[in-house]
Design a protein around this ligand. Structure first.
Ligand code: E4P
Ligand code: PEP
Length: 358
């Protein structure tokens, strides 16, 4: 290879096949602006979520929706149903729809709608960003706040203005890059415990994200930049179980609550009914939701939120299937819509019971 202004070195990029420029965040935001009404919903719901997570609002936060979005039409169909249910239970539950576009894989696999919107290895990321943003705006138009996992450090620039709650997953909770990212995010964020079940890494994530950081990033014009953040004090821990088994039981919740309280965070955690807390079985997930509802109803303290993986149809299908079943997950198994309604109503009844038990 000849050294030129375009190729100033022979020793870098030996394994990079290509670069192609993305649209800038400002271009995408200009094409699809949030607008005043949606902005008001995002602002209001972020405050409400922060209040629930800090114990200033006695409702339960329920983050519920598909494991991943692969079909925006089915996700919006689901959102319409959830918006009606959210209204029904709004005295007791604060419902946020899981609208997950970025999937962290254990090894390899489809990495979500932003990375590969056609699900076929064509990796049209600009289209993925536009499709994801359009869906977020459509869900907000139904009056539902949205929650996302943030995985790529630059993707929030394109969508985060429309997001009311964020998550850092079990595979990245210990990553400095993700903690720095959270320190600049404008919404409350949950850190999952590690895949091995270790909760302290999530507590450490909350502490790190609460601090000021200076790091590499990109600005709204897509320029490589030095980013300085103020820190995000609205962070919390999510118990999702681990390789040693579940951690949704009363003892594990109490132990996690003690760990967060020890570092000065509100003594509350979110419990994920799925992942290692259900052994990725949607049938077991429904049982975990019922157990949590019963415990909250009996007056158990310490749980401020519940996460549920739910879609229109039960279970999961391979993303490579020739004919995809409408409304069925292509990643982790989800509970179906009827089971979701039952579970959400049980949690609402649990919150009412818990208030009486006080
Ligand atoms: O929530 C989704 C999955 O649990 C996570 O992305 C890991 O998936 P994988 O083990 O199938 O790669
Ligand atoms: C990937 C997820 O979970 P975890 O990080 O707990 O595996 C998820 O919630 O989609």
């Amino acid at each position: 290879m000849t050294i030129t202004a375009e190729n100033p070195t022979q020793t870098a990029d030996r394994r990079v096949l290509s670069y192609s420029a993305l649209p800038t965040p400002n271009e995408i935001l200009g094409e699809q602006p949030l607008g005043e009404a949606r902005e008001a919903l995002v602002e209001r719901s972020r405050t409400e979520i922060a209040d629930v997570l800090a114990g200033r609002d006695d409702r339960l936060l329920v983050v519920v929706g598909p494991c991943s979005v692969h079909d925006p039409e089915a996700a919006l169909d689901y959102a319409g149903r959830l918006a009606t249910l959210a209204e029904e239970v709004s005295e007791d539950l604060l419902i946020v729809m899981r609208v997950y576009f970025e999937k962290p894989r254990t090894t390899v696999g489809w990495k979500g709608l932003i990375n590969d919107p056609a699900l076929d290895g064509s990796y049209d990321i600009p289209r993925g960003l536009r499709t994801a943003r359009k869906l977020l705006l459509d869900v907000l138009d139904l009056g539902l706040p949205v929650g996302c996992e943030f995985l790529e450090p630059t993707s929030p620039q394109y969508i985060a203005d429309a997001v009311s709650w964020g998550a850092i997953g079990a595979r990245t909770t210990e990553s400095q890059v993700h903690r720095q990212l959270v320190s600049g995010l404008s919404m409350p964020v949950g850190f999952k415990n590690g895949t091995d079940g270790e909760v302290q890494v999530a507590v450490d994530g909350c502490r790190s994200a609460a601090s000021r950081h200076v790091f590499f990033g990109t600005d709204a014009e897509g320029r490589a930049s030095v980013v300085e953040t103020a820190g995000n004090t609205d962070c919390h821990v999510i118990l999702r179980g681990g390789s040693g088994g579940p951690n949704h039981d009363t003892g594990s919740v109490a132990s996690a609550v003690a760990s967060v309280a020890k570092v000065g965070l509100p003594g509350l955690v979110m419990v994920d009914a799925s992942h290692a807390n259900s052994g990725k079985s949607h049938e077991r997930q429904a049982e975990v939701v019922s157990e949590l509802a019963a415990r909250i109803g009996a007056g158990e303290q310490g749980i401020s939120g519940v996460m549920i993986e739910s879609f229109i149809e039960a279970g999961a299908q391979s993303v490579e299937a020739a004919e995809l079943v409408y409304g069925k997950s292509v990643t982790d198994a989800c509970i179906d819509w009827d089971t979701t309604e039952d579970g959400v109503r049980a949690l609402a009844a649990g919150v009412r019971g818990g208030r009486r038990a006080e």
